[in-house]
Ligand binder design. Sequence first.
Ligand code: FES
Ligand SMILES: [Fe+2]
Length: 377
Amino acid sequence: MFAHLSLEDILASYDDRAPLSNAFTIPAPWYVDSRIADLESASVFSTTWQMIGRADQVSTPGQFVTGNVAGEPIVAVRGSDGQLRAFYNVCRHHAAKVVTEPCGSASLLHCPYHGWNYGLDGSLKGMPEFEGVKNFERGDNGLVPVKVETWEAFVFVNLDPRAGSLNAFLGHLVQRCAPLGLAKLHYFDRRVYDIACNWKVFVDNYLDGGYHVPHLHKGLSSVLDYKQYTIENEDRYCLQSSPMVASEEDAATGATRKGDRAWYFWQYPNLMINCYEGYMDTNLVIPVDVDHCRVIFDFYFADVSESRKEHNAQSVAVGDRVQAEDLGICEDVQRGLKSRAYGAGRLSVRREAGEHLFHRLLAADLKSGLGRAAAAD
Ligand code: FES
Ligand SMILES: [Fe+2]
């Protein structure tokens, strides 16, 4: 549909210097052109810190967790020396996935294809029937390492060997979250949503400062003091926050979404952390292709004892319902973005500052990514 436009033209069609009151959203081709999706994979997802799992999944030697970043299979594993490491989860023999379970514990990483074994430190330990192979250095054929660090309850990796620290990337978010005691909460359950929309449609929907909440989420709306909703942009994050009110209107929401304030953190590009009293859920938005994304919701609670099981399950169900409400609208938006009637939209100054930050950060990364690609040609 936009094939006649060059990638340079598509990027140039967004003005990232316009102040919010004059700003447009990023234009429709950014959401529907697969060249943009490829550029994002190379210059956003391959260069930013990406959450891959939970710290509690890799707390003792031998524990591992696997995931995908920018389409690359990754494994993070705690070594016998207590050190956390991460690797491309790709066998050096014929490229099979070495660790095939989502998480678990092992003393060796064993490739299921021809039985090569790697140590927890990634070093190649053994290759069956490989005698007589010339010019092969076992020491040069370990799993290829990736940067890994932890923050609060989460494990992050970064595919860019020149990347700065996770702390520098998160910036002031670290201090901002510290009083909330996120690491003290316990993982309870996960929901995975496959959505027929570009990953940015989901992020935009999250970052509209509650604009859609009274219209789309009647239950959630009943516990938020919508008029007092605040939006703060800083570094690479946006904090949307709202005072809470007790509600009888929707019993399940009122019983499971409590506290003085709701805290909704978004960290560029694709991570959300949502907190109420004794509650947190994280949303990780993973692009699948230009028209599809997968969103992983992990639910955590202060108390995950047996006596709270029913309450916690009810809380997850409330999250699930809100999610279903968002899902339909996100898929509608993706269809609308392909319409010949739509080019780009305006932003509410009161509500949509978070989207403005997102679009500017993304534009900066894509423009510098394209510049690097051109310099390399
Ligand atoms: S691909 Fe892993 S052992 Fe052959
Ligand atoms: Fe929503």
